[in-house]
Design a protein around this ligand. Sequence first.
Ligand code: SAM
Length: 215
Amino acid sequence: MNERVIGYIESIVKERPALISEMEHYAEVHGVPIMELVGIEALLGMLRIQQPKRILEIGTAIGYSALRMAEALPETTVVTLERDEERFEAAQRFLSRSKDGNRIVTIFGDALELSEVVKKHGPFDAIFIDAAKGQYLKFFDLYSAMLTENGVVYSDNVLFKGLVAEVQVEQKRIRNMVKKLQNYNTWLMNHEQFDTSILPVGDGIAISKKRGDQW
Ligand code: SAM
């Protein structure tokens, strides 16, 4: 989406509560990659329609998207995973200041090693993947088994600033990440048990709906 349109949407999005604005400011000052405003608003819109009762989030950072989801869905529990200690502690501090924080379960560690712990909190109606881009396929494989019958997996950053559409990417590290995301997108679009659509909002969000009736 072009910058003017993004700026326009941002200018008319409702003002956020003070704690949320403080988290947005903290993320900017400390260089923490939280979801883009237009992206999180689109995700919240989809979640308001879906009304999941339990959400699993992979990638808490400072708890921004977890808190936004909990605020938007007052009946919902969010279980969220983070492996960076400093961010995890910042998330604990922010979430303890919100009345909605008691519906957010924060778990510290590498998501690829936490499935047994996470299983005890499931099953989940929605899974939100927003962590290491190179590992999306592994996250999906590991945790989609914990989805309820008609569950949905939302994956952020699948367009990676548009780089997935580039023929040639200069930097090797970025190129590898782009390749992994391209593989993930293709794999997801062809997954037999899910119907997937990719929305070009924020950094690109894939919505994968489980074909509950057939499997
Ligand atoms: N969802 C957050 C938000 O919008 O507020 C932003 C998450 S940030 C883009 C990604 C986070 O995932 C980082 O803080 C990173 O440390 C964490 N992460 C990456 N790989 C992970 C893994 N394998 N297990 C747990 N956390 C991971």
